[in-house]
Design a protein around this ligand. Structure first.
Ligand code: ADP
Ligand code: MG
Length: 728
């Protein structure tokens, strides 16, 4: 066997679970230990500073320099007690992941020595040399001053020896260069839009929160096997590999026990997560072999998203202690499930009401139906934009394949809510909406059964599904920053709620009672969403694709084209009116997206080409040489009858020639296509050309996969799917 492959398989297989250092105390006692939360603030800040910072966090009051200095001093004391020596502004640029630039606390003390310092200015603002972060031309590189500014609503935390300050990242001229800035704007927009509606039901409501509960799917691959796969190392996914004889068809992984090495890894990341105040709740095997999931209890969207980004960092670093590499790519393996990051999303008031769950009484239910229907209206209106907000070069491989939602954004309501909506259309507008079972059955009422979250009533193919007290946006990719999807969703809902409230006000001004005004405004919307965005059937069928197109939903599967949804007049109007993005930002961000798309495909194309030429073809030819030697020997021994005797060798040798010649041609064609694409000037046009190249990689890999079927197992140079997927 290829020595490298043989060795790595053996080494990987023999690895034992790592020992995990478990804290001696209960989880609740060390939860949030590394976070500068309210408890720490109370302990480390004086009373006045504490009140000022809490007021800033809760009510968005600006922070003065003196308070910032006081907070920084408290943080420094706390951090140094934990052995912290450095500080960084932690931000989320438009590339994958997070970015940080560490500065030590050290300063000259002016008396010839050194002293640890950290003041309000250093806390509030930093100027990383940001010229190499993507900006879509907003910030020309010669004017490289983007700056980061503290987001006090997300608590400061410690990672290793560094105090990390969550920040927004903006250009010198004020445009957002990150994910967090627009997200915060969208969260404010949805609160501002929802509060006036909530006040109709409860005058005490002052603020509406957007909640996010993410479910992070991922694969684990042994690090030795990973290192032997250039495609995994450089692109995060396998660009070739024949399906394993066994993969996920028995569903035995989903129901199986968590393998011991993996269980140790999970325990370790949970401990780290708890210290960072991340309320991790669920861990389990996923459907595909070596695929797993991790989910916390939901929380306020901005914080929950920061925690997701942080958790992805933690997982990456802790995995190596366990001899694993985490794959966050949406489609690391062809032919088996990909990974998503379901974004469970809801809205709730500061008085504790969840707005997407049935209420306690008929009025509560009317409020629920109001928000429920308006969310769906927003999803309908901006279905193209929601799809664009989850579209990436990597997620494109997942959508529409193996249990992932298709590339069409529709909404799944389930039997109960579909029936409720249909009933509402039939009855007079003043009909109370009751919870069935509470007051007995009475004819004419619109009823929501008390227990209506039917777990079997789940449609895995729907990208946006109602699950009882929330919507689950399932199209989001596993490697994504949730902020992309959450910004669009919250902004779109905000726009819809404002329009809805204006319409209701008009009805009421004309003399209608509140209930009737609301129902009369809802009814035409209900009619429209039932006809268009609501779809409970199988999202995979060709009939649905045709039907969705007929209904006017966006059915494009071309990622560069999807991004165009961000700059349509409809999108620009929505985003600018909601104060989330300026038109310039939308254009710039599309440039960035196209550029990232192009670069990702370009890297995949290069890696595929080199592996084909340097790994696959040489292995195939070496085996062919062996076959030809065999044929030669046959000739020597058997004389004229050799042809029959050597027919298998001759057949394989011919097959190899055929496939190798085809492969070489496919690589040449792809290289030519890249040369043409590279000369294209505009980012959109270039990304479109690269989309074609991305499509061409599929037939190319199929040729390689056919060679894998023929070539001697001993001579195959790469760890195979069965090894990557079943060793743990
Ligand atoms: P599933 O059955 O889909 O695996 P879980 O019960 O594990 O769902 O929940 C998935 C995620 O949804 C968790 O993060 C959970 O906290 C979150 N979640 C539950 N209720 C809400 C809600 N009202 N708003 C937002 N997220 C929620
Ligand atoms: Mg779920």
């Amino acid at each position: 066997m290829s020595e490298l492959r043989f060795d790595v398989i053996q080494d990987a297989f023999k690895k034992k679970a790592a020992v995990v250092e478990t804290p001696a105390v209960k989880t609740s006692e060390y939860f949030g230990e590394l976070v500068f939360n309210r408890d720490k603030m109370r302990k480390y800040l004086d009373d006045k500073t504490f009140k000022a910072i809490v007021n800033c966090i809760d009510n968005g009051e600006p922070l003065d320099r003196k308070t910032a200095d006081g907070v920084a001093a408290g943080m420094k004391t706390w951090a140094m007690e934990h052995g912290v020596t450095h500080v960084t502004h932690w931000f989320q640029p438009l590339t994958d992941g997070t970015a940080e630039k560490h500065d030590s606390f050290m300063e000259y003390d002016g008396k010839g020595g050194m002293i640890e310092t950290f003041d309000g200015k250093a806390l509030a603002q930093q100027e990383p040399d940001a010229s190499s972060f993507p900006s879509g031309g907003i910030r020309a590189t010669f004017e490289a001053r983007g700056y980061t500014a503290w987001d006090p609503t997300s608590p400061v935390f410690i990672q290793d020896d560094t105090l990390c300050i969550p920040t927004v990242f903006i250009s010198y001229t004020g445009e957002a260069l990150d994910y967090k800035t627009p997200l915060k704007k969208a969260l404010k927009a949805v609160s501002d839009a929802a509060v006036p509606i909530c006040k109709m039901f409860d005058p005490k409501v002052k603020k509406v929160y957007s909640y996010l509960g993410w479910e992070q799917e991922y694969f684990l691959v042994d690090e030795d096997l990973y290192a032997a796969r250039p495609d995994l190392m450089l692109t995060g996914r396998t660009l070739m590999g024949h399906a394993s004889s066994k993969n996920q068809q028995l569903d035995d992984h989903y129901f199986g026990a968590i393998p011991s090495r993996v269980a140790a890894f999970m325990r370790d990341i949970e401990i780290a997560g708890y210290k960072l105040g991340i309320p991790l709740k669920t861990r389990h095997n996923e459907v595909a072999p070596n695929q797993f999931e991790l989910a916390p209890i939901y929380g306020e969207t901005n914080l929950s998203n920061d925690q997701n980004q942080l958790m992805m960092n933690v997982m990456n670093s802790i995995a190596r202690k366990h001899g694993f590499v985490v794959l966050f790519h949406e489609k690391p393996f062809d032919g088996i499930n990909g990974s998503g990051k379901h974004n469970n999303w809801s809205l709730g008031t500061d008085t504790g009401t969840l707005l997407l769950a049935p209420g306690k009484d008929a009025m509560g239910n009317l409020q629920f139906v109001t928000f429920f229907v308006n969310v769906l209206a927003a999803v309908q209106k901006h279905n193209d934009l929601l799809k664009a907000s989850i579209a990436t070069a990597t997620n494109a491989h997942r959508l529409g394949a193996n249990e992932a939602p298709p590339a069409i954004v529709s909404a799944f309501l389930g039997r109960t809510m579909t029936a409720v909506l249909k009933k509402l259309l039939e009855v007079p507008s003043d009909t109370p909406i009751e919870i069935a079972g509470k007051k007995g059955k009475s004819v004419g009422l619109v009823e929501i059964p008390e227990i209506f979250v039917d777990n079997t009533d789940r449609n895995r193919t729907s990208p946006f599904a109602f699950t009882g007290n929330r919507f689950e946006f399932r199209a989001v990719g596993s490697s994504a920053n949730c902020a992309g999807a959450m910004t669009t969703l919250n902004a779109a809902v905000a726009e819809q709620l404002i329009a809805f409230k204006a319409a209701v006000d008009k009805e009421m001004a004309a003399g209608k009672s509140m209930n009737i005004a609301i129902m009369d405004t809802l009814k035409p919307i209900i009619k429209s969403i039932i006809d268009v965005v609501c779809f409970d059937g199988n999202g995979y069928t060709d009939e649905w694709k045709a039907e969705a197109k007929r209904r006017g939903l966006d059915v494009s599967t071309n990622v560069p084209e999807m991004f165009k949804a961000f700059t349509t007049p409809k999108a620009v109007k929505m985003f600018t009116e909601m104060g989330v993005y300026t038109e310039k930002e939308l254009e710039a961000r599309n440039e960035v997206k196209w550029e990232i798309y192009t670069k990702k495909v370009q890297i995949e194309a290069r890696v595929t080409g080199r592996m084909a030429l340097n790994h696959i073809i040489p292995a195939a030819l070496a085996y062919q040489t062996k076959l030809l030697k065999n044929i030669d020997l046959m000739k020597d021994v058997y004389g004229d009858s050799y042809k029959e005797m050597a027919s298998v060798s001759m057949g394989f040798a011919a097959k190899i020639s055929e496939l190798v010649n085809l492969l070489k041609k496919q690589v040449d064609d792809m290289v030519e296509a890249r040369k043409v694409a590279n000369k294209i000037e505009g980012e959109y046009e270039k990304a479109k050309a690269y989309h074609e190249i991305a499509e061409s990689l599929f037939p190319l890999r199929k040729t390689i996969d056919k060679l894998e079927e023929v070539v001697d197992n001993d001579m195959w140079p790469l760890p195979k799917y069965r090894e990557l997927l079943f060793i743990n």
